[in-house]
Structures are given as C-alpha cells and as structure tokens.
Design a protein around this ligand. Structure first.
Ligand SMILES: [Zn+2]
Length: 403
C-alpha cells in the first residue's frame, strides 16, 4: 500500500512539473511581435509578465546635483508626414507637432548631449516648516557624474477625433510581448502595429536601447485631458446619452485602457492633468474651472491614479500667475492645491521655476519642442539639439525658418 501511495505521489509531482513546464513555455512565446492585423474592436489581452525586462544600467557612481532641471514638452508625433502635411490641418500640425524622424533625432541629440530623464515628482518635495506650514523645497538629485537632468512631458496624448486619418496612429495597445505598441492605419489603408510611429513607444524603445538615458527607469510625464478619453480610448462619459449602450461602450473602453495605463506606470511613465476640457483658465471663471477639475478626477483620475501635476492648457496660467508671479495664490490655484496638486506648469522661453511662498506649490515653465520652435528660435534649443539637423525635409516649405 505504502509503495503504491508513494508511486502515486511521485506521479502527481511529475505531472505538476510537466504542467508547470507547460505554463512556462506558454509564457516563453512572449517575444513574438503582436498580431500584425489586430481587430480594432478586440478586447486587449491581459498584460502578461514581460518576457524581457527593461535593462537596467550598469551601476555607476552618483554625485549630487543642484542645478537646473530642464523641461521640454511635446505633443503626439506625426507618424506619416506625407499625410499630415497635405491635408487641411497641415499648418496646425506643422506648428504643434514634430514628426517621428524629428523626435528620434531629438532623443539621440539629448542623449549625446549627456541629458538623462528624471521623474518630475522627484525634483521637489513637500515639508513642514518651523511655523507648521507645508511648503515645497528642491531636492538634491543624485545622478551619474556629468549627466544633466531633463523632464519630458507630453500633452494631449488622446488621439483626438480631429487627428483621425491625418497621419497619426490611433491608440496605444499592449502587444503579446506585454509591452506598449501603437496601432493605426498606414497610408495605403492597412492596419499597422508598431513601436516606431508614436511618442510613447519611440521613447520606450530608445530607453531600452540606451538605458543610460533614464534615471531609475524614468520616462515621461503624460498630461491628459478627458473630453475624448485617453490614449485613443473613448473613456469619456456622454452626459447627453443615458442609454445602456453608451454605458457599456464606455465600460469596454475603460477595460481596454486599464492594462495600458498599468504597463505605462510599471515602466516609468507618470501622469498629469491638462484639464478635462482643455479649457481656457483666464476666461473660464472659477466655477467652470472647479467643475472641470472634478470631472477630470472622476473620469481620468479614476483611471490613472493620483497626480500632483497640473499642466496648464494652452500654457495659460491659473489666476494670471505668470512667470513673475510671487503674489498670493488666487482661488483657482487654491482649489487645485486643495485637491492635492503641487506642481503647476506652463510654457515659457526657458525652464523657469519658482517655489511659491504662500502655499506648498511650485510654478514652472516648460520649453515647447514643437514645429514652431524648429522653425523659429533655434538658438534657444541648441543645448538640446540643432533644429537644422533635426528638421524633417517632409515639412511644407512655405512656412520658412529663421536659420
Ligand atoms: Zn494641450
């Protein structure tokens, strides 16, 4: 009896090992590229564990850094310039965006100029002063010797409706390798899944190939609106449509974007609000600003989690708090502060920062890495890249440059 029992146990253990081996070999197929012709309506596959973890840089000696933290911002990149620059919105795209070629050249130049990506959230921290008030203060960063910290933020990564068919990808997805990919339609009308045609995946790939470009795995800050969802998923509520169908559609979009958001968080990306409706703070009025913020928290904050970063839509500061603003904060600022926001970013000619003295908040400017500044203002960006070297020859000729 005992021997039969022992044999049974041995067989059971052996079977378990075989099953486990089966599971492992299933996981081992993750290197395969994503299905090249995915059904756009298909529910994304749940995030499998990554088969190839992002390489971590060799340990290097870290030294204290208290200097300027640079900050550039981009919009989504143009995947197919031949389409974007031939339609009715060509001037808008030429002004606001860079192309995939330009973005890749910019990343290479930043890396070659010894910049290293840092997470905006580590640059300052909140503390309580001797009077019991909470305020912000700069942190001393510990960086590899010779490296200069830079934050990159990306505004409006929603693949808005107006961009459809204009030479952009359409959404970010999880590939069968567990990583982020972008999917869309190529100029011939074929479905395409790629890591070379959209901002997030290009940066991910660049850091994978050049781990020394990222401090502790930091990637970029993504500033979301909410009125047309996020990342290509229409997760917004339609307040005029109470139908069950509308509710189910939204729930499906929410379920599809969640693994993408999770993967972004797991790979060094972090999030900011850019207001729900891309509203104009100077003219909106306090009630509209408050309602907009609450709606963002409900529809976008519920998907991406807490954030302390507000990126002003149109670069227009709250309460008229421009770069000289050292006065007491107005009601809009105080409302956002109450919601937990501490870092407030506009757009400026230099990466200006000021720690507010009346509340725990930092007001900063970001430099715009967009088409306009490739055409004009080359000098200001020379420490990052030379517009002459970066400029995509596919850009329309008629808008000119100042170099
Ligand atoms: Zn924007």
């Amino acid at each position: 009896m005992k021997i039969r029992k022992l044999i049974t146990v041995i067989i059971s253990v052996f079977m378990c090992i075989l099953m486990l081996a089966g599971v492992i070999s299933c996981g081992g197929v993750q290197d395969k590229a994503p299905d090249p012709t995915p059904d756009p309506q298909e529910t994304p596959t749940p995030t499998p564990p990554p088969s190839t973890p992002e390489p971590t840089p060799e340990p290097v000696e870290l030294v204290p850094y208290d200097g300027v933290v640079e900050h550039l911002f981009f919009h989504e990149v143009i995947a197919y310039p031949e389409i974007a620059f031939s339609g009715s919105s060509r001037q808008r795209y030429d002004t606001e965006m860079v192309t995939v070629l330009e973005f890749q050249r910019i990343l290479e130049s930043l890396y070659n100029n010894d910049f290293i990506l840092v997470d905006l959230n580590i640059v300052w921290s909140e503390y309580t002063n001797d009077n019991g008030q909470t305020r912000m203060r700069s942190n001393t960063l510990m960086l590899p010797e010779g490296k200069k910290p830079i934050v990159i933020s990306f505004d409006d990564l929603s693949f808005y409706e107006y961009m459809k068919g204009d030479g952009f990808m359409e959404r970010y997805i999880i590939g069968s390798d567990g990583n982020i990919w972008a999917e869309g339609i190529d100029p011939s009308g074929n479905a395409v899944v790629s890591q070379d045609l959209a901002a997030i995946t290009i940066l991910d790939k660049f850091v994978r190939e050049n781990p020394g470009f990222s401090h502790n795995g930091a990637k970029g800050c993504i500033a979301f609106t909410g009125y047309e969802g996020i990342l290509g998923y229409r997760t917004q509520k339609d307040l005029d449509d109470n139908s069950e169908e509308s509710r189910l559609n939204r729930m499906q979009e929410v379920a599809r974007v969640q693994p993408v958001v999770q993967r972004l968080k797991d790979t060094g990306w972090y999030f900011a609000t850019h207001s729900y409706g891309h509203i104009r703070f100077p003219s909106a009025g306090l009630t509209a600003i408050q309602n907009d913020a609450v709606r963002w928290m409900e529809e976008v904050g519920s998907l991406v989690g807490e954030t302390q970063i507000l990126i002003f839509p149109f670069g227009e500061p709250l309460d008229g708090c421009n770069w000289l603003c050292q006065t007491a904060c107005g009601p809009g600022f105080l409302f956002y502060h109450e919601l937990g926001f501490r870092l407030f970013a506009a757009v400026g000619r230099e990466p200006y920062t000021a720690i507010k003295t009346d509340i725990a908040a930092v007001r900063m400017d970001r430099m715009a890495s967009i088409g306009t500044t490739l055409r004009q203002g080359r000098e200001r960006f020379l420490r990052f890249y030379d517009a002459k070297d970066v400029f995509d020859p596919m850009r329309p000729e008629e808008y000119g440059t100042d170099w």
